[in-house]
Write a protein that binds this ligand. Structure first.
Ligand code: HEC
Length: 163
């Protein structure tokens, strides 16, 4: 297994830890609003790429295209190429976001790595499992850190089904 490699992880953790003590996230807040418009835009673009990658990934899983699953999941793990767009100053800026946000990003990228591995193993059930886990991770981060953008996720119960 490769080392953890979230988009936000190569930022200063010490700075993140220090500042996160003072930055309490309210349910209605979207934490990226704290960033400069340029840095925020890079993250929004990454999100749009993620959203457009999930559909083809799903199709590859349900059609048994294991090689495509591995490749596409690995692209997500690598955050495409967007992270290369971040300047040192922008990375530092992202390091000031709450530590839990940075952890959520790291967890998400780890799930993508697991999915890529499931694809390599040509294991359809495991692929499905990790796709579902990734979906949970998208939703959970939006609920916790982008409540202002996604009010439909706020106030409901978490990770439970209502029938
Ligand atoms: C670590 C937290 C985190 C994870 C994980 C995450 N997101 Fe996001 N996402 C955000 C935040 C924060 C915003 C709000 C960005 C803003 O408006 O500044 C956002 C916004 C978005 C948007 C709206 C973009 C726009 O056009 O404004 C989409 C679409 C999106 N995310 C898709 C996804 C998908 C799909 C996944 C999972 C495959 C995912 N996100 C995982 C934090 C996350």
């Amino acid at each position: 297994m490769k080392s953890k490699k979230g988009l936000f992880q190569r930022t200063s953790f010490a700075a993140a830890l220090l500042l996160s003590a003072t930055s309490v996230v309210s349910a209605q807040e979207t934490v990226t609003e704290r960033l400069s418009p340029e840095t925020r835009q890079i993250l929004v673009e990454e999100m749009q790429l993620l959203a457009s990658a999930m559909g083809p990934l799903h199709t590859a899983i349900i059609t048994g295209e294991h090689h495509a699953v591995a490749e596409r999941a690995h692209e997500i793990y690598d955050s495409f190429v967007l992270k290369q767009k971040l300047s040192a100053a922008q990375r530092k800026e992202i390091g000031t976001l709450p530590q839990h946000f940075i952890e959520a990003d790291s967890e998400f990228h780890e799930l993508a790595a697991h999915l890529a591995e499931a694809g390599k193993q040509e294991n359809p059930a495991l692929e499905r499992f990790y796709f579902e886990e990734m979906t949970r991770s998208c939703q959970s981060c939006h609920q916790d850190f982008a409540g202002g953008r996604f009010p439909g996720l706020v106030g409901g119960t978490k990770d439970t089904h209502s029938h």
